[in-house]
Design a protein around this ligand. Structure first.
Ligand code: CMP
Length: 156
């Protein structure tokens, strides 16, 4: 099992897309283990995007991500990191495939609605940043786990 971080960016919140996007992840079979709506502090967003600090788009990105509320989500699942990134689609929403979240809901490179961790190291760093408090992440067992997976083959 892997755990990954998803952010629903300010454009997703303003466009009333929290529900439709969350539904995609839930219906896929990912287990929601963390959910937070916040205006995250500037320092949190700067740390989150620290790898992009030298990039020309960094300043606009940080300003966009602090311009309104963001929803932080944590999901568990087998291969959750790549499963989530496939659901989200290409960074440029205009080029993202139909059926992906960005492909179905967006038209922009910057206002691309969703951030998803791009690997295990990033996921660990980002989860620690956005779900730092005791009790932020909730462990529970979905009653349909044995229908979502072949437990013996896939979860042993
Ligand atoms: P995200 O997955 O959140 O990771 C970095 C973000 O920077 C990316 O989505 C885009 O929204 C944003 N961004 C804006 N311009 C660029 C660019 N030229 N290259 C990559 N990312 C960009």
């Amino acid at each position: 099992m892997e755990r990954t971080l998803v952010l629903l960016k300010p454009d997703a919140v303003q466009r009333h897309l929290i529900g439709p996007i969350l539904t995609r992840f839930e219906q896929k079979g990912l287990k929601l283990v963390g959910l937070k709506l916040r205006r995250f502090p500037l320092e949190t967003i700067q740390k989150h995007y620290s790898d992009h600090a030298a990039k020309p788009f960094y300043k606009n990105l940080v300003s966009f991500m602090t311009s309104g509320p963001v929803v932080a989500l944590a999901f568990d699942g087998k291969d959750a990191i790549s499963v989530v990134r496939t659901l989200v689609g290409k960074t440029n929403a205009r080029e993202a495939a139909p059926g992906t979240i960005r492909g179905d809901f967006g038209m922009s490179f910057s206002n691309n609605m969703v951030h998803a961790s791009d690997g295990p190291e990033a996921a660990a760093k980002e989860l620690a940043l956005f779900f730092a408090e005791e009790g932020d992440l909730v462990d529970w067992e979905p009653v349909d786990l044995g229908w979502t997976y072949n437990v013996d083959e896939e979860l042993a």
